[in-house]
Write a protein that binds this ligand. Structure first.
Ligand code: PFF
Length: 462
């Protein structure tokens, strides 16, 4: 069977549209909310270095593989994997990879939407001037009041999910392309302004050294966990391992270069995360805050900066609005694989498919938001639901999906197919990719898993 020329769900109109949509998926709360606080939890520089290595050596080859498989299959990840496996004479059970991705997408979106809700709430606080002259304890109090209020969290979570379903129901290619074209550059510029502000008033040198001078002593005692988290952060931030990038690849035209697009998207994503770190840590240090204060970090630091800078209410509002948009374009990509599958296999209209997926995620999100307040005592494996879903997806399910994608693309897909699809010829670049996808990526992820489980130590290796 020859691969379909186009996807039934539509195609990106231009090459730039794919880059924008894929970076819209990649750049989101993962860069601006999750990266700084996770780096802070593991002491900065050493974590950042491991993170960058994971992006370059594991993330980039897997992203190329995901786009490649998506473009060859031209369907939802479940059907893409089934079709490609059949073409290679393999078991149809490879579609389970797609199902695992749907599960990951559900779990991620359920807590992602709650955090996006915090961001929405902060838009209005910024606009109302709630940050003006605020100090560290004031910012902490403001954040605590929001997170402790289940009803308010529910309202914001609901509003965000309605926004996500609204776009997915319309079809990704139409609305998304236009939104991302202006908003992503705007977010970038605003982040630069924040970095400049932080450089002029905060403790920039300390922050720079904290992020870029690795001190491996910081990892003592929990190196396995830190490496797992850095790898998980790379998968999460690049949107890899669950089919989001795969389905965006399925809307990509034949003449676009997968390698080039991947490098641009991964490069931008990493740059945004590092800029977010450079905007936040100078404020952390200048105000004597703890870098390891957890998921509330940006919500407890940025208001201090906005409260202090000229026209802070305006910049603050703009910043949180743009962060909402960044979260929105990521959330859309989390719901798309399931929506496409419901359309393909059950004949649902897009609207019905998106609403069904959205309502399921919304229900699961309620469990997450309650774990922050009324159910804060309920734990599973020592974690509340939100933390558990976050850990399980970023650090377990996405990297596991990544191993399977690497094995499929590197070992099972015919060499001629990947040569043809990547269009790099058979020169050095192709061979380097093949080396990374066949050996380095799957082995590295497996070792990180084993290390975190203490298995390597058991054999005297860790
Ligand atoms: N990459 C997004 C972020 O950094 O915010 C989150 C995300 C989107 C993760 C899509 C996974 C995914 F499939």
């Amino acid at each position: 069977m020859t691969p379909a020329a186009n996807s039934i769900h539509g195609m990106w109109s231009t090459r730039l549209a794919f880059i924008l949509a894929a970076s819209g998926s990649a750049v989101g709360l993962g860069n601006i909310w999750r990266f700084p606080y996770t780096a802070g939890e593991y002491g900065g520089g050493a974590f950042v270095l491991i993170y960058i290595l994971c992006v370059a050596l594991i993330g980039v080859p897997i992203m190329m593989a995901e786009i490649m498989l998506g473009r060859r299959g031209r369907q939802s990840p479940i059907n893409t994997m089934r079709t490609l496996a059949e073409q290679e004479g393999l078991s149809g059970r490879w579609q389970l990879l797609g199902w695992m991705g749907i599960l990951s997408g559900f779990l991620i979106l359920s807590f992602y939407s709650v955090i996006a809700g915090w961001t929405l709430a902060y838009v209005f606080r910024a606009a109302a001037g709630a940050f003006s002259g605020i100090d560290a304890s004031g910012a902490e109090g403001l954040f605590g009041a929001l997170v402790g209020d289940a009803e308010r969290l529910l309202a914001w979570h609901t509003i965000f999910m309605v926004l996500v379903v609204g776009v997915v129901a319309r079809g990704v290619a139409s609305g998304l392309e236009k939104a991302v074209r202006y908003l992503m550059p705007a977010l970038f510029v605003l982040l630069l302004i924040m970095v400049l502000y932080a450089a002029s008033t905060g403790n920039f040198n300390a922050a720079f050294a904290y992020l870029f001078a690795p001190d491996f002593a910081e990892l003592k005692g929990h190196a396995g966990e830190a490496i797992l988290s850095a790898m998980g952060q790379a998968f999460f931030s690049l949107s890899l391992g669950m089919g989001a990038i795969m389905i965006y690849g399925s809307y990509l035209k034949r003449d676009a270069s997968i390698a080039q697009n991947t490098l641009i998207v991964a490069g931008m994503d990493t740059l945004v995360a590092l800029l977010a770190g450079l905007a936040i840590f100078p404020i952390v240090f200048a105000n004597g805050l703890a870098p390891d204060s957890g998921p509330g970090l940006i919500f407890q630091t940025l208001p201090i900066a906005f409260g202090d800078m000229p026209a802070g209410a305006l910049f603050g509002t703009l910043f949180f609005v743009l962060l909402v948009f960044a979260a929105w374009t990521s959330a859309i990509s989390l719901l798309e694989p399931l929506t496409a599958w419901l359309v393909e296999n059950l004949g649902f209209s897009r609207v019905r498919a998106a609403v069904l997926g959205g309502v399921t995620v919304w229900l699961l999100g309620i469990v997450c938001l309650l774990s922050l307040n009324l159910w804060s005592d309920v734990t599973l494996f020592g974690k509340g639901f939100l933390d558990l879903f976050d850990f399980l997806t970023a650090n377990v399910l996405l990297p596991l999906g990544g191993i399977l994608i690497a094995v499929f693309a590197g070992w099972l897909l015919a060499r001629a197919s990947s040569v043809d699809e990547l269009d790099l010829g058979e020169g050095l670049a192709y061979r380097f990719w093949r080396l990374l996808i066949r050996y380095l990526a799957p082995l590295a992820v497996t070792l990180v898993f084993l290390n975190a489980l203490g298995v390597l130590k058991f054999f005297g290796l860790g």
